[in-house]
Design a protein around this ligand. Structure first.
Ligand code: GLN
Length: 193
């Protein structure tokens, strides 16, 4: 059984926990560095990246999280994806682990929130990518570019990148924890093995 942490400083961590437990994972809410011990992977939820960053600094989590991400699977959703990135073009505390350029609130005011179908290559042999993935975007950032070993995993119809992977690092700018489609969570659990 996988032991997965959800960073529980702020934001939508409970929704991730529910989905992971439904898939049979053991879930640990992480607020302190010691709680990272023995985890196979960690999810950084959506919320407000500035708040997550400030609290991570206050709880002494920044360096332990960076160290964790060098060896273990790490998945950032929305604000979590911003927190994971190397380049956000702004001065706020981030982990700076993943070789992507990301822009906060890239979809502007008119389309603060929207849903759309994505075609995602989950790489499974069970035809799991045949069904579109219904993705929920809430004041979402955009992955403007992937660099180095990072690869796009999902794009909008116009080619804009909304999910990427670099080794054991995963970034999605939308919220797979807000739907009942658990394919991203299963994909992440595979990454932790
Ligand atoms: N707009 C938020 C930020 O920049 C992210 C929104 C979200 O996580 N749903 O941090």
């Amino acid at each position: 059984m996988s032991r997965i942490g959800v960073l529980a400083l702020q934001g939508a961590f409970l929704e991730h926990q529910v989905l992971l437990e439904r898939l049979g994972a053991e879930v640990v809410q992480v607020r302190l560095p010691a709680q990272l011990d023995g985890l196979d992977g960690l999810i950084i939820p959506g919320g407000e990246s500035t708040t997550i960053g400030k609290l991570a600094v206050a709880y002494g989590l920044l360096e332990p999280l960076r160290e964790f991400g060098r060896h273990k699977a790490l998945w950032g959703t929305c604000a979590g994806a911003i927190f994971l990135a190397k380049d956000i073009g702004l001065d706020q505390p981030i982990l700076g682990l993943m070789d992507i350029s990301i822009r906060r609130n890239a979809f502007g005011r008119q389309v603060d929130s929207f849903e759309t179908n994505l075609r995602v290559d989950f790489g499974g042999s069970n035809g799991s990518q045949a069904q579109p993935f219904r993705a929920v975007f809430i004041r979402a950032p955009l992955i403007e570019a992937v660099h180095g070993a990072a690869r796009p995993l999902a794009q909008l119809e116009d080619g804009r990148i909304v999910a990427a992977r670099e080794g054991r690092l995963l970034a999605t700018v939308f919220h797979p924890e807000l739907t009942s489609d658990d394919r991203f969570h299963r994909y992440f659990l595979e990454m932790t093995k």
